[in-house]
Design a protein around this ligand. Structure first.
Ligand code: SPD
Length: 291
């Protein structure tokens, strides 16, 4: 097979290049998908020109997205909703928790799920677990209906792409109101909130949207190498109790109780970004250099 170099534009004048072998390409009804093999990171999923995950470091993102909200509460987590996450990495981590009795996953793009199942079977597993209900459909539409039905979840994970393309509706105000309505009394929601280095307004924008509807909002971070810098996760709790202190002694490939606590210690420049953010309610789409 032919190898060539593929680049992701991470920010202005800043690209990452990967030596790749194309395994699969599809223009789905929603996005342009590539699955590459790379010599350093293993297989990689790319949507609309943005690396979503690689086999080499996906565990950092998925373990931190999942275990922080599940182990950051005193209460056992029984029900989980995942919006997005077609690659199955978040689901895999959720299912490691024996207290979890029910997982609903809502994924927009069936084609991505199908390709991940075929090309990344080690990550994309868990769909056959009897606790899992998979729904192919729009996450915002599902949340609206779930709120109307009075559904409740202990943990909601927003494992979406960045706020461009099909994920846009997941960044709009009504979606956040529906999320708050669907959290149980001790419920937690977590959203991947971009790289403050190159998308500095996404994290504070997401914080504001959750502050509009929930009493406590926190930021924590995870070093996902292929994204280009540290990723921000924004978490919000329904009862206003913080997530900093992990329950138990879960050890993952990245996650451990020390990493859990440390993730809430933010760099000074992140704190400044949060303090200086002026909310105009507009979804921040641009990548800019704030150095
Ligand atoms: N800037 C890259 C953000 C990628 C977020 N999606 C990751 C999906 C992993 N399940």
């Amino acid at each position: 097979m032919t190898h060539y170099w593929w680049s992701e534009r991470v920010g202005p004048g800043f690209s990452h290049s990967y030596e790749v072998e194309l395994l699969y390409e599809e223009r789905t009804p929603f996005q342009h998908m590539f699955i590459f093999n790379t010599p350093f990171w293993g297989r990689a999923l790319v949507l609309d020109g943005v690396i979503q995950l690689t086999e080499g470091d996906e565990y950092v993102y998925h373990e931190m997205m999942v275990h922080v909200p599940i182990l950051g509460r005193d209460q056992q987590v029984r029900s989980v909703l995942i919006i997005g996450g077609a690659d199955g990495g978040a689901l895999r981590e959720v299912l490691t928790h024996e207290s979890v009795e029910r997982v609903v996953q809502v994924e927009l793009d069936k084609a991505v799920l199908k390709a991940c199942r075929k090309y990344m079977p080690e990550i994309c597993r868990g769909w056959d677990d009897p606790r899992v209900q998979l729904i192919i459909g729009d996450g915002a539409g599902y949340m609206k209906e779930a709120a109307r039905r009075g559904e409740q979840f202990d943990v909601i994970l927003l494992d979406s792409t960045d706020p461009i393309g099909p994920a846009i509706s997941l960044f709009e105000r009504p979606f956040h109101e529906d999320i708050a309505a669907c959290l149980s009394d001790h419920g937690v929601v977590v959203r991947q909130s971009g790289l403050p280095r190159t998308m500095p307004k996404v994290m504070p924008f997401v914080m504001k949207r959750f502050e509009d509807v929930l009493p406590l909002v926190q930021v924590y971070r995870a070093p996902v190498s292929v994204y280009g810098d540290e990723m921000a996760f924004v978490a919000a709790t329904k009862d206003g109790v913080a997530l900093n202190n992990p329950r138990g002694d879960h050890i993952g490939k990245f996650y451990n109780p020390g990493c859990h606590r440390a993730a809430f210690e933010l760099p000074t420049w992140w704190n400044k970004l949060i303090e200086s953010y002026e909310d105009d309610g507009q979804i921040p789409l641009e990548t800019i250099n704030i150095l």
